[in-house]
Design a protein around this ligand. Structure first.
Ligand SMILES: O=c1ccn([C@@H]2O[C@H](COP(=O)(O)OP(=O)(O)O[C@H]3O[C@@H](CO)[C@H](O)[C@H]3O)[C@@H](O)[C@H]2O)c(=O)[nH]1
Ligand SMILES: [Mn+2]
Length: 369
């Protein structure tokens, strides 16, 4: 793999460039097992539910902890855009981070082993995925050409071999797969534990193709796509749940396609341990199962204007399109569209440097002319 020193990426944990965001309603004992891999990093823990409950965080980790009182204090009226009693609250951690990369993981996920029995360093693999280009415009039949021991195949145009910057790295799961409730109900004992289901591949999701992004083993470049990584309004008071990450996945994919960024899926795997209750999940996600037949064509056919040249501008335009088109499906989408605006306004208030720098550059350009 020309030009990329995998050993350097493996060794350099990028600890000053990456925050780990964990949504939780439980204690964080799962971090004990992750210590060899996650301890060097700064954690942003978003405690959901009752803020008066004290959660236990294992010693030795460097972290900041936010509960609902903190979210309300920091965001004021805009706090209503952050889900309550739903794992989607994690996106608050994306907003308050100041780092280039985010890795987000659920608290029922553990270290998995690859077919050789070696423990998988999810951070090292995600960083490799994010630090090497994506190839969304032409499919490479040997999958990720930037991995050690592989390359572009014959017939791959040299004009496309530079690839594009990678914005998102979507990891997978052994043991409990991310199934929806109906599938869980008909296949209650299905486990992804046989090594033949360990697919040793990383691939770019082609431009124009959507995918079901799961939030439990996910990394992304905050500077490229952060403002669009809004885990939509779910949980208490909302008619839909367990679609927070799906919405974020569809939205970030269309924004990446528009801005020329890439999305990869595949390695790394982790071990998902907790099968949530399929009957509870059915109640939570039934609207999503119905509405996704409308949401997916909406994302598939939408087009951004050329003026939308940043993730934040795309997201503001997406909010308008959501209200106009999906608002006819259900009033929930009108509320969601407003929440999307509040999210961007809050993001820009907490992250002024990027927005202001862009404005200053533009003003300088104008003066120079
Ligand atoms: O009200 C809540 C519920 C959960 N959390 C935290 O969010 C994650 C995920 O919770 P859990 O593992 O119980 O949920 P799953 O049924 O496995 O589904 C989630 O995992 C993915 C799909 O499998 C997707 O991320 C979710 O749909 C944990 O860290 C909980 O502590 C919460 O903050 N608030
Ligand atoms: Mn889970």
């Amino acid at each position: 793999m020309a030009g990329y020193n995998l050993e350097a990426i493996e060794a350099a944990p990028f600890k000053d460039d990456l925050d780990i965001v964990i949504p939780t309603i439980r204690s964080l004992d799962f971090l004990e097992q992750w210590r060899p891999f996650l301890k060097p990093y700064h954690l942003i823990i978003v405690q959901d539910g009752d803020p008066s409950i004290k959660i236990r965080i294992p010693d030795g980790y460097d972290y900041e902890l936010y509960n609902r009182n903190d979210i309300n204090r920091i965001l004021g009226p805009r706090a209503s855009c952050i889900s309550f009693k739903d794992g989607g609250c994690r996106c608050f951690g994306f907003m308050v981070s100041k780092k280039k990369y985010i890795y987000t993981i659920d608290d029922d996920c553990f270290v998995a082993k690859d077919p050789s029995g070696k423990e998988i360093n999810v951070i090292a693999q995600h960083i490799k995925n994010l630090e090497t280009p994506s190839t969304p415009y032409y499919f490479n039949t040997l999958y990720d050409p930037f991995r050690d021991g592989t390359d572009f195949v014959r017939g791959y145009p040299f004009s496309l071999r530079e690839g594009v910057p990678t914005a998102i790295s979507h990891g997978l799961w052994l043991n409990i797969p991310d199934y929806d409730a109906p599938t869980q109900l008909v296949k209650p004992r299905e486990r992804n534990t046989s090594l033949c289901r360990y697919v040793d591949a990383v691939m770019t999701i082609p431009k124009g193709v959507l995918y079901p992004m799961c939030g439990m083993n996910l990394a992304f470049n905050r500077e490229l796509i952060g403002p669009a990584m809004y885990f939509s309004l779910m949980g208490e008071g909302q008619p839909i749940s367990r679609y927070d990450d799906m919405w974020a996945g569809w939205a970030t994919k269309v924004v990446c396609d528009h801005l020329g960024f890439g999305v990869k899926t595949g390695l790394p795997y982790l071990w998902h341990s907790k099968a949530s209750n399929p009957f509870v999940n059915l109640k939570k996600e039934h609207s999503g199962i119905h509405w996704q037949e409308e949401m997916i064509p909406f994302f598939k056919y939408l087009r951004f204007s050329k003026e939308s040249d940043t993730a934040a501008k795309c997201y503001m335009e997406l909010s308008k399109m959501t209200k106009e088109t999906l608002g006819k499906v259900d009033p929930y989408f009108v509320k969601l569209a407003d929440a999307m605006v509040a999210w961007i306004e809050a993001w820009e208030e907490l992250n002024p440097s990027v927005v202001d720098d862009k404005k200053k550059c533009n003003e300088k350009d104008v003066k120079a002319k």
